[in-house]
Design a protein around this ligand. Sequence first.
Ligand SMILES: Nc1nc2c(ncn2[C@@H]2O[C@H](COP(=O)(O)OP(=O)(O)OP(=O)(O)O)[C@@H](O)[C@H]2O)c(=O)[nH]1
Ligand SMILES: [Mg+2]
Length: 217
Amino acid sequence: MQILVGKIPTNNLMTTYKKNNFFENCSFVKGVANIEGLEISNVPEIAFLGRSNVGKSTLLNAITKRSKLAHTSKTPGRTQELNFFSIIIDRPVMNIVDMPGYGFARASKKKIKEWTDLSKFYLQNRPNLRRVFLLIDSRHNIKASDKEIMNMLDECAVSYQIVLTKIDKIKNQDDVILKTKNSIQKFIAVHPEIHSTSSHKERGLEDLRNAISSMVE
Ligand SMILES: Nc1nc2c(ncn2[C@@H]2O[C@H](COP(=O)(O)OP(=O)(O)OP(=O)(O)O)[C@@H](O)[C@H]2O)c(=O)[nH]1
Ligand SMILES: [Mg+2]
């Protein structure tokens, strides 16, 4: 599909993109429910990954300032496909993928296996995937299921970065950041800088926008 194909922009173009409200040019492209539905793309891509209900879809809406772009829900298991979004400024310049969450115990075993297999295949076979933003609920710290994913990303050398979410819910942000820093030390492909964000209170979003948009430079 042509919409997912484009060239990597130069720095000059990037400056133009920033002026043009980069993230506000984001639109939904398609939901992919199985491996056959994945299309090859050479557009720089980033993905939001994390446990169910951690706030992936809400964060996408917050960074794009589009409250209804991705569907969100109080109940875990809202995003059930790999949802592809594209930033188009004359042509596609970046893909953003909102992934289904893991660790959602109430879905059927069959559904969980389908999402896990699709997500794993996607993460392991995506040459244009520049970075995975791995979201961690700041109240819960990094859990065994997150570590499993981090080990897998390490093994297939996919660059990833931790984004703490819902920091409006915690009192001691510095403690949480320190604890998270300690827990990621033995991992390999993880970016050392940790983002801490609140979509609801619009905290940490500009830094995250900068980190994401730097992926196209
Ligand atoms: N307090 C607070 N709540 C948040 C924040 N971000 C998201 N939430 C809430 O967390 C819940 C889950 O948000 P979603 O964005 O749907 O989570 P998700 O990670 O996409 O979940 P799945 O699609 O099920 O994997 C919703 O009730 C959101 O309102 C935040 O910054 N602060
Ligand atoms: Mg979601």
